[in-house]
Design a protein around this ligand. Structure first.
Ligand code: PEP
Length: 249
């Protein structure tokens, strides 16, 4: 089964997130095979969206999380707070958080917390444009995976999602070749397996839309896609989910 994750970023408020979640559930009703769908609204919308998704198989993700348990951390949100709202997955290390100073060692700490709390981590990695142009993508992503995952003990309950999102592909309309995606995904899988992490789902993210979704989703190295811009438009999101539903994993 393929996985579709929609990251709604800071695009939608509570009412819009509720409306879009309802639209997704309505759209799924008509599908024969339903892929795994994970919606990641903004923090303020999590509670209301959680109520809507509660009797469905659609999962709820946050877009970030503190690695601290609790305490004087103004503006942060803990794993316990997310769990209270019915959140069961969390995006960690998205490039838009990294642009504000988050580094791989922070992502490592968040990952440890998420796994300990039974929240499935969606760990984002990916190279900047200059690294891509210099042909150094694999070395860069290898290093990221090492720093983030080394010493992390996973358990049977957790699925680890890794989203390979080249920074230059996010929101740009540009995408890497399917061959490059395949190569990086295979490397990530092998590296995690060497670290003892086998229950892993490797996703591609960066300018996925209904037109290019098939090429990515139809590749056996691609377990699913993480989408940003196209994920806040109901028809585009449902079109991508439909593509995933028609592919035999
Ligand atoms: C993202 O924000 O993770 C993303 C993949 O965005 P977009 O689909 O808009 O490139």
């Amino acid at each position: 089964m393929k996985t579709i994750i929609a990251n709604w970023k800071m695009y939608l408020g509570v009412r819009e997130s509720v409306a879009l979640s309802r639209g997704v559930l309505r759209g799924l009703r008509g599908m024969k095979t339903i892929p795994e769908v994970i919606l990641a609204p903004s923090y303020p919308a999590l509670g209301e969206v959680s109520k809507i998704l509660s009797r469905s198989r659609v999962r709820l993700s946050a877009q970030n999380m503190s690695h601290q348990d609790h305490g004087a951390y103004t503006g942060d949100v803990s794993s316990r707070m997310l769990k209270e709202l019915g959140v069961n997955a969390v995006i960690l290390g998205h490039s838009e958080r990294r642009a504000k100073g988050m580094v791989d060692s922070d992502v490592h700490l968040k990952l440890v917390r998420a796994v300990a709390e039974g929240i499935d981590p969606i760990v984002c990695v990916g190279e900047p444009s200059a690294t891509h142009e210099a042909g150094e993508t694999e070395g860069y992503v290898h290093e990221q995976i090492n720093t983030i995952f080394e010493g992390v003990e996973t358990n049977k309950r957790s699925t680890i999602y890794v989203a390979y999102e080249p920074l230059w592909a996010i929101g740009s309309g540009k995408t890497p070749s399917i061959h490059d995606v395949e190569t990086v995904h295979a490397m990530i899988r092998e590296q995690l397996s060497e670290l003892g992490i086998d229950k892993v789902s490797v996703l591609y993210g960066g300018s996925v839309d209904p037109e290019n979704a098939y090429e990515f989703l139809n590749n056996s190295e691609v377990d699913g896609v993480l989408i940003g811009g196209a994920g806040v438009r109901i028809q585009k999101l449902l079109d991508i989910i439909t593509v995933a539903s028609e592919i035999k994993a």
